[in-house]
Design a protein around this ligand. Sequence first.
Ligand SMILES: NC(=O)c1ccc[n+]([C@@H]2O[C@H](COP(=O)([O-])OP(=O)(O)OC[C@H]3O[C@@H](n4cnc5c(N)ncnc54)[C@H](O)[C@@H]3O)[C@@H](O)[C@H]2O)c1
Length: 508
Amino acid sequence: MALDAMRKDLVVGVVGAGAMGRGIAQVAAVGGCIVKLYDAKEDAAKEAQIFIQKMLNRNAEKGRMAQEDAEDAAARIEVVSSMSEFRESHCVIEAVVESLDVKRAVFKELESIVSSDCVIATNTSSLSVSTIAAACEKPSRVAGLHFFNPVPLMKLVEVIDGILTDPKVADFLMVLGRRLGRESVRVKDAPGFLVNQVGRGYNIEAAHIAMDGIADIEDIDRILRDAVGFRMGPFQLLDLTALDVTHPATELIYKQFYHEPRFRPATMLQMRLDAGLLGSKVGRGFYSYDEGKVQLVEEGIVPEYDGRAVWISKVIPEFFEKIRLIVENAGAPIDKGDIPDDESLILVTPLGDDATTASTDQGLDPNRTIAVDCLFGLEKRRTLMKTTITDPIFTASAHGLFGGGKVPATVIHDTPGFIAQRVVAAICNIGCSVAQQRTAAPEDIDKAVKLGLNYPKGPLEFGDFVGADKIVTILKNIYKLTGDPRYRLVPWLRRRAQLGVSLLTQEN
Ligand SMILES: NC(=O)c1ccc[n+]([C@@H]2O[C@H](COP(=O)([O-])OP(=O)(O)OC[C@H]3O[C@@H](n4cnc5c(N)ncnc54)[C@H](O)[C@@H]3O)[C@@H](O)[C@H]2O)c1
């Protein structure tokens, strides 16, 4: 059979009718495929079929599709009672529980049923496609087809080439993905594939920041939401995706990468998982939930700015200008001396350094020094960072000055790279490692991360937006201060920054 994902009578088998399988069946039926849906649990496939009918009807009621099309799509789904009914399928998509043993058993059985040219795809999110395929006599017909939850709403699908996948099989799935209304992105088999690999950068770095005692989780969420533009803070997101789903996947990715430090989970996550703080589904996670509604903590009161003069470091001239404008607009007097007067509030603007280092390196008084993150959030949420010994009077003065108007400000403890710089640099570095390892094409990395994770920018785009040279400075300085290899530069990033070219630049 020539693999033709657009043939009118394409028969798609779906194994597993849980959260993902039912979504896949729905989009396949809407895409005009004849769908056979099977689940090992009695009535599960039937229940899924009823659920899909409801979803399609609702879409028709809301005018998202014609009633007739909804009915036709529903009629294309047949519930089958055994996998032997997949005999005529051109493609089978597996979406059973995330267990290598269960998946390999399913694949073995499937191969004994379907024709020799039937494509078999797995929707696994964290297991290796190549490892699953190894259970098959013909691993060349096996590939990953990784949808996102909830399938009908998430417009992305990753098509994963296992080591032995016939490229024509993945080509077929690329077309099938588009037929199912998704944006198909081609990815090589790798731990976490593309999207889940980059996604670790966000929540792992945030969890390390919380564990380092830099800020509480509400403040970390606020900064990343307001200052960087993430739709959800990392802890809100962890609560939604549930720790019993996310943490084992994080651990698996870390293990599969042979303990690559960039993916090192934070120890508190396992403890919280053991304690049952799984997230919104159980009413308790990083936040508390009352009947499903998150209970947010009010922000503290902003102290009054005490009117003292403000001295601003000129080490990074563009940052000096940004801060000077804010300070002037707030009507605060500027200390224009080469060195600060005795009572002046001292502002430094580090990239990757902590406030203590910025202060001592410049020979300033750490008791009166506050660092301001000038890379992220000056217009939406400002981040102020104390040295270890900043006098509370000076902290309050800076807080009042920067947070007393329309833009809120958050004060955090000292860390190299503030919060936003740390997290964005970590995400960008991981994105560059995905590009470096040729797991996916640079443009696809950005596209997939925006569609699959709803990030405001893709990892490479983030780097180009703030300047790859700045990301390099942040990571170098954090690495210098911490000695932690998780911050070492990926060559893809370093070279492009050195050459002054976009992070999307492919090698000639
Ligand atoms: N939930 C997500 O956010 C998400 C996202 C992307 C990928 N995935 C992956 O999709 C797959 C399914 O996840 P889910 O969230 O739909 O799980 P789920 O628990 O909701 O559904 C799994 C279904 O598989 C059925 N099943 C178990 N063993 C079976 C077998 N041997 N034969 C047939 N059916 C069997 C179960 O009865 C259940 O209905 C997993 O590999 C998961 O990693 C999940």
